[in-house]
Ligand binder design. Structure first.
Ligand code: CS2
Length: 461
């Protein structure tokens, strides 16, 4: 398409923004490729608008605000790139717009709050409880104790509690809170940190939450990398618009949910979401097979010099490690073997999709939050069967080598703590990291030590 580019300013079918009945925390690329996309494709989309709040940086709210909260999703598959303008956001706000947040929560129109705030956003300590040692959590508690109506908070549990205080004060009725992060039992995790922060602020809120808030558990899946200039150029070329907020994603998408929606929800099921009694089998399958393989490639693959997932999986050595990882993990998954084979076959294609540039460095980030849930359960399940599977332990070895300066550089909410664990001789590093992960087994130690030495050699050579 030639001629001057126009701004993105046309909603689907020219319709006005839908009334806000959904709030989202964490206006990143993943949300825009996933929950916002399901809402766009629900048959009752005209009745369900999203108000979305950014994470720490307000940049996305500023940029999307300038284009009527519209953006283009660029679905990149092996057959080419397909742009689609998404209109399900009715409003966007910076994270610190507490006035708007409280006003939405105080409205009986609000029925569902979704959140994609990363594993670290739940502010948990190593015991899984709310990290009350964290200065950000302490500040939030103090701010809400001092002023429950207007106190300014920054963490996700703090923002949820501020909103729920406003909802209770307005007697605005029950609502569902949906965690869309890659954590086992993410609904229970959200319930715990919100409940603990609520108790610290106002113990009478805890009972109200129990009676009025339904914490929904989910499995979410859509590989959504960061936006590149090529993505923006592609959208300009195909649609003739200038959209700095393009979101690239893959064709595959999955959303599995368990829990109640006491004030209703969009017909997400008609857009492909699945509602089940128990997400557990799907959760382990996804966290171990997809996310576990991702982390393995992020550490061990970047040590072999690769930058993206597609490059890493194209390297027979790395794909061999991934296959070994899958064999180790599948042995402990309670799903039919044929289903697991199909799942791994689809992952081979998805990882090999070179049309999206999914950076290993992006996946490598926050290993302190990811390795314990992606790798450790598989290693421990092997030990219960009396086995040490090198296919499973290599992920931990890769992480240790990464913390020791090999491959992708370290970016972690607990960077100081975990890089400290990995200092000294590799023997010391392996000992400390395994003990931090709760793995105390001599055979695992020996295996990981050997694998760290192999990876160190590859990094050097
Ligand atoms: C990735 C995930 O960055 C990561 O840790 O493993 O973001 C992954 O791409 C998504 O879970 C896919 O659904």
């Amino acid at each position: 398409m030639s001629g001057p580019l126009r701004p993105l300013d046309r909603r689907r079918d020219g319709r006005p923004p839908a009334p806000v009945r959904l709030v989202h925390l964490g206006l990143g690329n993943f949300f825009r490729a996933h929950a916002a996309w399901y809402t766009e494709h629900a048959p009752d989309a005209t009745e369900w608008g999203y108000a979305a709040f950014t994470g720490r940086s307000p940049a996305a709210a500023v940029a999307l605000g300038a284009q009527d909260s519209l953006y283009t999703l660029l679905v990149r598959g092996p057959d080419g790139a397909r742009p689609e303008v998404v209109s399900s956001l009715s409003a966007v706000h910076a994270a610190d717009d507490m006035v708007a947040l409280r006003a939405y929560f105080a409205s009986p129109d609000l029925a569902v709050v979704t959140a994609t705030v990363t594993e670290a956003g739940y502010c948990r300590s190593s015991t899984g409880d709310l990290d009350t040692e964290s200065p950000a959590v302490r500040d939030d508690i103090a701010a809400l104790v001092a002023d429950p109506v207007a106190g300014v908070v920054a963490t996700t549990p703090g923002r949820m509690v501020a909103g729920l205080l406003a909802r209770r004060a307005a007697d605005a009725g029950p609502l569902a809170v949906v965690s869309n992060d890659n954590l086992p039992d993410n609904g229970a995790v959200m319930a715990k940190v919100v409940g603990q922060l609520a108790t610290a602020v106002d113990p009478t809120l805890t009972g109200w939450i129990e009676n009025n808030v339904s914490f929904v558990t989910t499995v979410v899946d859509r590989i959504t990398p960061r936006t590149t200039d090529e993505d923006r150029t592609e959208v300009s070329r195909q649609l003739g618009v200038d959209d700095p907020e393009v979101v690239p994603t893959e064709p595959f998408t999955e959303w599995i949910l368990a829990g109640d929606f006491p004030s209703g929800r969009p017909a997400w099921d008609d857009a492909g979401a699945r509602f089940v009694q128990d997400v557990r089998p799907f959760e382990q399958r996804k966290l171990w097979l997809l996310n576990g393989a991702h982390s393995l490639m992020a550490y061990a693959g970047s040590i072999r010099g690769h930058e993206t997932v597609a490059e890493a999986i194209g390297d027979p050595v790395v794909s061999g490690w991934v296959e070994q990882w899958w064999r180790a993990a599948c042995a402990h998954l309670e799903l039919p073997a044929a289903e697991l084979d199909d799942y791994c076959a689809s992952l081979r294609d998805r990882f090999g999709n070179a049309a999206i540039r999914h950076l290993l460095a992006q996946i490598a980030a926050d290993g302190s939050q990811k390795v314990p849930i992606r790798a450790v359960p598989v290693i421990l399940a092997g030990l219960e069967d009396g086995r040490v599977d090198p296919g499973a332990t290599r992920l931990v070895a890769g992480w240790i080598a990464h913390l020791r300066g090999h491959g992708a550089s370290v970016s972690d909410v607990r960077a100081d703590e975990v890089t400290d664990l990995a200092r000294g001789t590799s023997d010391e590093a392996v000992q400390r990291v395994l003990s931090w992960l709760g793995i105390h087994d001599e055979r695992v130690r020996q295996t990981v030590l050997r694998q760290v030495a192999e990876l160190d050699k590859r990094a050097a050579g």
